[in-house]
Design a protein around this ligand. Sequence first.
Ligand SMILES: NC(=O)c1ccc[n+]([C@@H]2O[C@H](COP(=O)([O-])OP(=O)(O)OC[C@H]3O[C@@H](n4cnc5c(N)ncnc54)[C@H](O)[C@@H]3O)[C@@H](O)[C@H]2O)c1
Ligand SMILES: O=C(O)C[C@H](O)C(=O)O
Length: 328
Amino acid sequence: MSKKPVRVAVTGAAGQIGYALLFRIASGEMLGKDQPVILQLLEIPDEKAQKALKGVMMELDDCAFPLLAGMQAHSEAKSAFKDTDYALLVGARPRGPGMERADLLAANAQIFTAQGRALNDAASRNVKVLVVGNPANTNAYIAMKSAPDLPARNFTAMLRLDHNRALSQLAAKTGKPVASIKNLAVWGNHSPTMYADYRFATIDGASVKDLINDQVWNKDVFLPTVGKRGAAIIEARGLSSAASAANAAIDHMRDWALGTHGAWVTMGVPSNGEYGIPKEVVFGYPVTCSGGDYQIVPGLPIDAFSQECINKTLAELQGEQDGVRHLL
Ligand SMILES: NC(=O)c1ccc[n+]([C@@H]2O[C@H](COP(=O)([O-])OP(=O)(O)OC[C@H]3O[C@@H](n4cnc5c(N)ncnc54)[C@H](O)[C@@H]3O)[C@@H](O)[C@H]2O)c1
Ligand SMILES: O=C(O)C[C@H](O)C(=O)O
């Protein structure tokens, strides 16, 4: 018997990430090739944006996806989030050349108070929320704090792009396939301060740290390359990453919903004090997923260099949180 359709809300649906994301959700890449979906698409109440959204929906129609059980265009968050099982909060201003993430905080924070409240009022009580719009961790924190009736752990931020970028750099450095790398962790903020940590990573059972054996490369090449990759893409494309961001969003939601079968992935999730991170800070952690839930990988030793990196990214996140306290 075929499965009951689930509702997937996507904000910023006519934007660049939306265009790279919706077709993959509708084709079953996110929730499985046997899971019908209803897309609830939100764009700003602006004639041009709504018209562009209609165009995207025409193209979705033209794909004749067997799993697309329905779709709606919305210009208001509460109706877009009605009964939704999944919410991908993409809609927000992106960085342009020369902009820092902090510049986005003021511009985007208010979107997430309004959308958190709308989720609180209208979404399924089990809704799984992924915040992609930057600054993603702090926006997820704002949405979570604005939705007190929903479980805090259902609000997550996207660190998966950093995780995938780090995997790709490690594959290039070691000359091994991306798929052979296990147990990578990324800690902290989705920003240049994130700490991609390959101390526990293995390839065919061998330690990646031992294979590379180069702390100078780690500190001076690997971490800056992964951390500044978003800016490098903006510099090269004149636009912020879109297809790779959509791909990471698919990976994040798929793994959360369908499980990782023991593999580690990175998610930005509200802390419960794990690894000394204050409660409620939405922090990148290594997690495993099963049964539609995630578990932070416990008990990893944190050496002095790692602690310094974790402290730095935490301090940045706490600074961002202080900057939005008046909105909560
Ligand atoms: N977390 C990550 O790894 C990651 C990666 C890439 C991009 N991003 C971020 O994702 C966001 C979207 O990027 P993009 O390239 O798709 O931008 P874009 O400008 O192409 O599209 C954003 C869309 O959101 C819409 N929008 C704005 N405010 C909205 C609101 N309140 N409700 C609904 N829709 C709204 C806009 O009309 C626009 O169509 C940016 O903030 C960007 O920085 C995050
Ligand atoms: O860096 C940005 O502003 C876009 C995005 O967060 C990215 O990492 O590519």
